[in-house]
Design a protein around this ligand. Structure first.
Ligand code: AMP
Length: 214
């Protein structure tokens, strides 16, 4: 299965990807995670990306395109992949279409997670993640067994630097201006699957799996 997960910040891309990667047995590729790791390691790409991410802006297309182009060539992507947070601009979408053509493979679907914007800020400021395994939590809806600790790694959970109210608002503007046009792009390609993401995780996941297996 070759999938894209699209949606506004806080629409649940990472949360659903964690479940769907197990169901479809494909690697979950999050450009956000790859970029945050590069920032933590202070690589040359990470140092450039940090200046964009901290303000809630997108990193330049060339950086995101290069990350994904190289990652898709890896062996574990031979039988499929799930892209989370890429593409985020029309130029990235067109680049991905060409990259897949070069690899001789076809996208199965672009899943568009539709969320009410009034829920986004609340969801995001309550988000936490495990710095070791990347698993996502929410202090209200996806609580760890022990308060503030990852269930698997037993290390303290953290809040992303860009998960604050001010940055979320710019990320929403960026989403509406630059990323939303991809919905029309994938609709024209006949790949769009839109899912209402305002509901509980189990219901949304079931809907996605059902739509993809049809
Ligand atoms: P995410 O973890 O998907 O919410 O991404 C966090 C941040 O990483 C975004 O707000 C962007 O600054 C950057 N980022 C992630 N993916 C991309 C992408 N495909 N294009 C440009 N910037 C990206």
């Amino acid at each position: 299965m070759r999938l894209i997960l699209m949606g506004a910040p806080g629409s649940g891309k990472g949360t659903y990807a964690e479940v769907l990667e197990k169901h479809f047995r494909v690697p979950h590729i999050s450009t956000g995670v790859i970029i945050r790791n590069a920032i933590a390691k202070e690589t040359p790409m990470g140092l450039i990306a940090k200046t964009y991410i901290d303000k809630g802006n997108l990193v330049p297309d060339e950086i995101a395109n290069e990350i994904v182009k190289e990652r898709l060539k890896e062996k574990d992507c031979e039988n499929g992949f799930m892209l989370d947070g890429y593409p985020r601009t029309l130029a990235q979408g067109e680049h991905l279409t060409r990259a897949l053509e070069d690899l001789g493979v076809e996208l199965d679907a672009a899943i568009n997670l539709v969320i009410d914007e009034s829920l986004v800020v609340e969801r995001i400021i309550n988000r936490r993640y495990c710095p070791k395994c990347g698993r996502g939590y929410n202090v209200k809806t996806i609580k760890p067994i022990v308060d503030g600790m990852c269930d698997d790694c037993k290390v303290p959970l953290l809040t992303r630097d860009d998960d604050n109210e001010e940055t979320v608002k710019s990320r929403l503007v960026v989403y509406n201006n630059l990323t939303k046009p991809l919905v029309g792009y994938y609709e024209k390609l006949g790949k769009l699957v839109s899912v209402d993401s305002n509901r509980s995780i189990d219901v949304v996941v079931e809907d996605i799996i059902h739509a993809l297996e049809e």
